[in-house]
Design a binder for this molecule. Sequence first.
Ligand SMILES: CC(C)(COP(=O)(O)OP(=O)(O)OC[C@H]1O[C@@H](n2cnc3c(N)ncnc32)[C@H](O)[C@@H]1OP(=O)(O)O)[C@@H](O)C(=O)NCCC(=O)NCCS
Length: 387
Amino acid sequence: MTDESRAKVATRGLEGVVATTTAICKVEDNSLVYRGYSIDELATKAEYEEVAYLLLNGDLPTKEQLRDFKAELVKHRTLSPFLRKILQEMSESGTAMDVLRTVASASAVEDPAEGDNSPEAEYRKAIRLTAKLPTILATYMRRRRGEQPVPPDPSLDHAANFARMAGVDDGHPRAADILNTCFILQAEHGLNASTFTARVVAGTNADMHAAVTAAFGALKGPLHGGATDTTMKMLEEIGSPDHVETFVDKAIQQKYKFSGFGHRVYLTEDPRAKHLRKFAMELAKDWKGKPYFEIQERLAKAIAERRPKMSPSAAAKVNVVNVDYYAATTYTFLGIPADLGTSIFALGRIAGWSAHIMEQHGDNRLIRPESEYTGPLGKRYIPIAER
Ligand SMILES: CC(C)(COP(=O)(O)OP(=O)(O)OC[C@H]1O[C@@H](n2cnc3c(N)ncnc32)[C@H](O)[C@@H]1OP(=O)(O)O)[C@@H](O)C(=O)NCCC(=O)NCCS
């Protein structure tokens, strides 16, 4: 290694750093590809189960493979009394993301392949986690409303079963279809913060449950998946379309970060946002609450008009409406409480996390970057009696 390549120069936020190779997903400006298939095709034509299979196995299933994969998912939807007990106790005061993370983590205790990182064992674990997360979230949602859980329905597909268990399909006849597409759009996204976290944990040869638990922690933050929930908070704070311009002017002065805007990779368009905007626009027609869609459309316009007033870097970032912006209102218009958007995101993303954990373990090397030290040197220890 030359002295030059040894030089430690930190790249803030690892921007532009290529940290691994992957055959799972390609993310480029205005383009998202899962295992060779464009997100636009998958979002408009596929079922979530097909996409989860694609991510885990490398290609779309045949009819028989899909039937078997679905049957496996159905088999593992039910929660054990142990998990139900944790869930019940946590549901009193825990947030949805804390409950999902904790119950998913606890499921390691009873997983029959615990400690086994072979591809076969990890594939089974991925199926069990994918199958159980909707049941955990739906049970939590019912408990919060003071209702008894509705058991999984084996006759229903993944999204439709979640919609039924959570009671979302009572509110809107297209809920299952729309959720199916949302799960697909959020299933995978390259080396985003939560997937990178999962790979770092998997890189120590820790197991899938450890890596998924860590990924949940990363997804929760408002700069990542947490932005779905903070988008709703922002729209609620604005309160009315007429308040938008005043809000934006003040926000620019205060260097406020608009939730649902900006992306590290996408510079002109997040290819997922247009699909979600279509849903939000469609669902807004029947929505009886605050005019969130009108607020967000006017907000996007006001921000675009005021880009010249922002720093060049901020102007570049707000050029992109990201996945969370219209996912937030889509979920709200389906009757899903405003603080649960990020947890819905997690139900889709579990497939991508699992695929990356398997890929990492398939050709593992410890992920251990270095840091550029900026603290003092040469200090001498002074015994405590002399300090
Ligand atoms: C997504 C995000 C984290 C990407 O961040 P990043 O690539 O690290 O960019 P930075 O945070 O360094 O931002 C660069 C500049 O743009 C500004 N900026 C970034 N996102 C902004 C936003 N949503 N609204 C207003 N300004 C924004 C920053 O304040 C910074 O300005 P400065 O250079 O004048 O100080 C960032 O755009 C963001 O925080 N967005 C809002 C949260 C969100 O929606 N996250 C979900 C992402 S899918």
